[in-house]
Design a protein around this ligand. Structure first.
Ligand code: ATP
Ligand code: MG
Length: 335
């Protein structure tokens, strides 16, 4: 067995992964319950702090960077405070943001979680407020996104398409991504909240259980998944299933059930899917097999759900988790 730690850190380092899709600002506004309002029978929350974290495609990008990959984001934010905050958070995480367009005609997609609690109590989420861009993306911005994707991907080792249905990953952009991946012979992976059927012919996709149920109905089998994989022209389909782990179906191979690792008590499952596609794709970019990339991604997913808010995993944490699990022998990277 190769030394896992060394292999992973060596193969991940400086692999260039382009993440294209919906960049979201995940905002956590926390405050202390002060008193009851006189205007209405409600509590008044005294604001303590607002923290903005990279969400959706931005979260996938942050997760590539935290494991030593070179993450390049391609997407769209508004020329507004949340957009600037999101871009600066991405910079801090080591994600390249030179291909992120900031437009005055767009509102940065922002999900604000209001966290409330008494002075010494744990803050809990009471409501989430979403700011979504309601205007269609203008043609000149669409053209600029495609041009940015082309430039960003020049020396890429993988492309991730992260679609949360906010409009960036349309047909033309996806076709361009496919074309680049074919030309460069690099993997292209897709995570789509509602529209997996529109992203066919990629290398692999990472839908969760519910997203597959929307296509196949409840109680689907591994054989059903394999037919779906074939119908969508994917080499492999990785179905994530929260605390039950994940299942990999790959052309011409028996399916692989991978059990979740870590504590059964997740702290916050937000963004586990983003971590999974980031690590899986970084693995494929590094020439690992689908199975090895999925197993490593499963460890990363198990770690990230133990952290509050949208979060990332470090190489040291990942390696410690894999070692604690007895490690596993990886096939030699193909590149
Ligand atoms: N409670 C948990 N315990 C251990 N591992 C978990 C848990 N929840 C998720 N994971 C890991 O993270 C992976 C992805 O989780 P999940 O299937 O919830 O993704 P998702 O629904 O796409 O998440 P999101 O869209 O919110 O990012 C799982 O396959 C598993 O590896
Ligand atoms: Mg998901």
């Amino acid at each position: 067995m190769s030394d896992l730690a060394q292999t992973i850190s060596e193969v991940f380092r400086q692999k260039k992964v382009v993440i294209v899709g919906d960049l979201v600002a995940d905002q956590y506004l926390s405050g202390t319950i002060d008193r009851v309002s006189r205007e209405a029978p409600v509590f008044i929350l005294r604001h303590d702090e607002t923290v903005t974290l990279p969400g959706a495609a931005a979260n996938a990008a942050a997760n590539v960077a935290s494991l030593g990959g070179r993450a390049v984001a391609v997407g769209l934010v508004g020329d507004d405070a949340n957009g600037r905050e999101l871009s600066s958070k991405l910079d801090e995480c080591g994600v390249e943001t030179g291909y992120v367009i900031a437009s005055r005609n767009v509102t940065t997609t922002t999900k604000v979680r209001i966290l409330a609690g008494q002075v010494h109590a744990v803050r809990q989420q009471v409501i989430r407020v979403d700011y979504e861009n309601s205007k269609p993306i203008a043609d000149d911005i669409r053209a600029a996104l495609i041009a940015n994707l082309r430039s960003a991907s020049e020396d890429a080792d993988a492309i991730i398409v992260s679609d949360y249905n906010y409009g960036v990953a349309d047909h033309a952009l996806f076709e361009t991504a496919l074309e680049i991946a074919r030309e460069r012979e690099i993997p292209i992976t897709v995570d789509s909240r509602f529209r997996l059927a529109e992203f066919q012919q990629a290398t692999s996709a990472t839908p969760n259980q519910e997203e597959v149920e929307q296509l196949l109905g409840k109680g689907f089998s591994a054989a059903d998944c394999d037919r779906l994989r074939e119908r969508f022209g994917l080499e492999a389909l990785l179905v994530t299933n929260g605390s039950k782990g994940m299942m990999l179906v790959e052309a011409g191979k028996p399916y692989l059930q991978i059990d979740a690792v870590g504590s059964p008590e997740a702290v916050d499952v937000t963004g586990a899917g983003d971590t999974v596609i980031a690590v899986y794709s970084l693995g494929l970019a590094s020439g690992l097999s689908f199975a090895d990339a999925a197993r490593i991604a499963n460890h990363a997913g198990g770690l990230v759900v133990m952290k509050k808010g949208t979060a990332t995993v470090s190489l040291d944490e990942l390696i410690a988790s894999m070692r604690a699990d007895g490690g596993f022998s990886m096939s030699k990277p193909a590149v």
